[in-house]
Design a protein around this ligand. Structure first.
Ligand SMILES: [Zn+2]
Ligand SMILES: [Zn+2]
Length: 189
């Protein structure tokens, strides 16, 4: 299991969250997280902005290992930065674009901060979107999200940075079918 200390998470939270007066980050258990989210899918994190209030909340699943928590925090922070900067994706009907923005923010931040354990987790998660949609673990629109992410240079750079981890995933169930097509370019390094 990749190790990331709690101090690292705290530093991350401090640097991201401390300058934002109207953003609260809270760790909650699975039951509370399910109650807060209005989806039937299980979730690891959540960003909420109550209507008519300039307050923002990020909820993280308490039981996650730290390297996952860091990845989820940056993802939810990506949603926060879209909304608080007035990005049009945050105010439209489209579900794909806000998700793409949050993931691109997340990938870039993990690369900048050189949190490679979390970057590798994030890359793997996106590779598995197709499988998870097929298994009905996540909503169908994630296929479009994954397709859009794959077209970006950022995805290419992120996957290349974690190519050693990708090589280790070859024992994963259905690796050739789901993971490999997303990252085969990174394995020729
Ligand atoms: Zn946006
Ligand atoms: Zn999201």
């Amino acid at each position: 299991m990749p190790y990331l200390s709690h101090e690292c998470i705290e530093t991350l939270m401090y640097n991201l969250v401390e300058p934002c007066e109207n953003l609260t980050v809270q760790e909650v258990n699975a039951y509370e997280l399910r109650k807060l989210s209005d989806t039937t899918y299980s979730t690891t994190g959540l960003y909420i902005k109550p209507a008519n209030k300039d307050e923002h909340y990020i909820y993280l699943l308490k039981s996650l290992p730290n390297y996952q928590k860091a990845a989820i925090l940056l993802h939810e922070y990506g949603h926060f930065s879209c909304t608080s900067s007035g990005c049009e994706c945050a105010f439209g009907e489209d579900e794909v674009l806000p998700e793409v923005h949050a993931i691109l923010y997340q990938l870039e931040a993990l690369m900048d901060w050189e949190i490679f354990a979390s970057l590798s987790y994030c890359v793997k998660t996106i590779c598995l979107y197709y499988l998870w949609v097929e298994d009905k673990q996540i909503a169908d629109y994630h296929i479009d999200v994954a397709n859009k992410i794959c077209e970006t240079d950022l995805w290419h750079s992120a996957a290349c940075l974690v190519h050693e981890d990708i090589a280790k995933w070859s024992n994963e169930p259905r690796f050739d079918e789901y993971i490999l097509p997303m990252v085969d370019f990174a394995l020729v390094l």
